[in-house]
Design a protein around this ligand. Structure first.
Ligand code: TXA
Ligand code: MG
Length: 315
């Protein structure tokens, strides 16, 4: 794909949002900023537009999409039989980096859910996208705006590098505050299950909402659960501490292999914020091996470790 920056518009300009709304109404795709990662958006009520997402991303149609809404009260338009657990989660965390899986109603087309009777839904926390949704007066579906299996984009420039002119407009809202995809909780099971770790943790949910969330069991239902996903071009090697990483860097350098260390100490928020951008940057500079020092397994560290393992998995 020829990288092009001509379709990047400043999302804080009201006219850019109007342009994006027109494009979405015309069944075109628009890239949008969120607090997690950039999304590739299509109008949820248009099957034609939803289908374009799978074509442009190169994503298998059995992979269901997340529906994005402007406000909590829009939940009723798309879902039914909302369990109390789900209600407690959205009241506490929306708008924010949490996706719930619940029963869908007839307004959600099969293309969105891959024919499932459940739908994944979230209310993103980004004023540009909230304003876009408000003016559109519809929901959007938005997977991460990268080609299937690649690292998610956290800036408008990342989206342009991956998708180029195949997306009509890229609304630039700056670098994503969090930098990792939303936490996904399946609320259709008892107890609810964690399908993908993110910035909101199960410990936090337990403490703040008194809702117990367990690890997912059964067949993989979220692409974050596939063995290989989020893969950059470079090799990724994981180490538990800085000293081991330095030793490995010396070894690689003696072999003539280019490498660099990824290490943010205990700063988990910075690690999450920087991870994908750093992997993309390493690829751009043709670094052969990224030596990542694992963050602690607490808070968002769990999600970072999970993404690192998937990125490192060469199977
Ligand atoms: O942070 C995010 O969630 C970003 C931004 C753009 O909002 N979006 C995102 O979408 O990460 P995507 O398509 O890359 O990931 C969607 C995940 C997949 O793992 C998919 O399997 C899961 O959501 N999913 C969607 N619908 C589901 C359903 N009905 N049941 C279980 N998992 C579902
Ligand atoms: Mg994705």
């Amino acid at each position: 794909m020829r990288p092009s920056n001509t379709n990047i518009l400043n999302g804080t300009d009201s006219s850019s949002i109007d342009g994006a709304v027109s494009a979405l109404r015309g069944d075109e795709l628009v890239a949008i900023p969120t607090e997690t990662v950039y999304g590739l958006a299509a109008r949820a009520s248009s099957r034609t537009a939803v289908n374009k997402i799978f074509t442009v991303k190169g994503r298998p149609s059995i992979h269901p999409l997340i529906l994005h809404i402007a406000k909590i009260s829009d939940l009723e338009k798309w879902t039914k039989d909302l369990p109390n657990n789900a209600r407690a989660l959205v009241d506490r965390y929306w708008p924010g980096p949490l996706t719930i899986v619940v029963q869908r109603n007839q307004n959600v087309c099969d293309e969105i859910t891959g024919g499932r009777n459940t739908v994944a839904i979230r209310c993103p926390d980004h004023e540009i996208t909230t304003e876009l949704l408000r003016r559109l007066d519809d929901a959007i579906v938005a997977p991460s705006a990268n080609r299937f299996g690649k690292v998610s984009p956290t800036t408008a420039q990342h989206v342009a590098a991956d998708l180029g002119d195949e997306v009509k407009i890229i609304l630039d809202g700056g670098a994503c505050a969090i930098g990792l995809e939303s936490t996904i909780i399946d609320c259709t099971t008892t107890p609810p299950q964690l399908l993908r770790a993110g910035a909101i943790t199960v410990e936090q949910i337990q403490t703040e909402c008194q809702v117990t969330v367990v690890s997912a069991t059964g067949e993989s239902r979220a692409s974050g659960m596939l063995d290989k996903h989020y893969a950059p071009e470079c090799e990724i090697e994981l180490f538990n501490d800085r000293d081991q990483a330095e030793t490995r860097r010396s070894e690689l350098s003696q072999l003539g292999t280019t490498s660099e260390i990824l290490d943010f100490g205990d700063d988990l928020a910075l690690y999450a914020h920087s991870l994908y951008a750093r992997l993309r940057d390493a690829d751009k500079r043709k670094i052969e091996v990224v030596i990542a020092v694992r963050p602690p397994w607490t808070g968002v560290g769990l999600a970072i470790n999970e993404r690192l393992e998937k990125a490192a998995n060469r199977l």
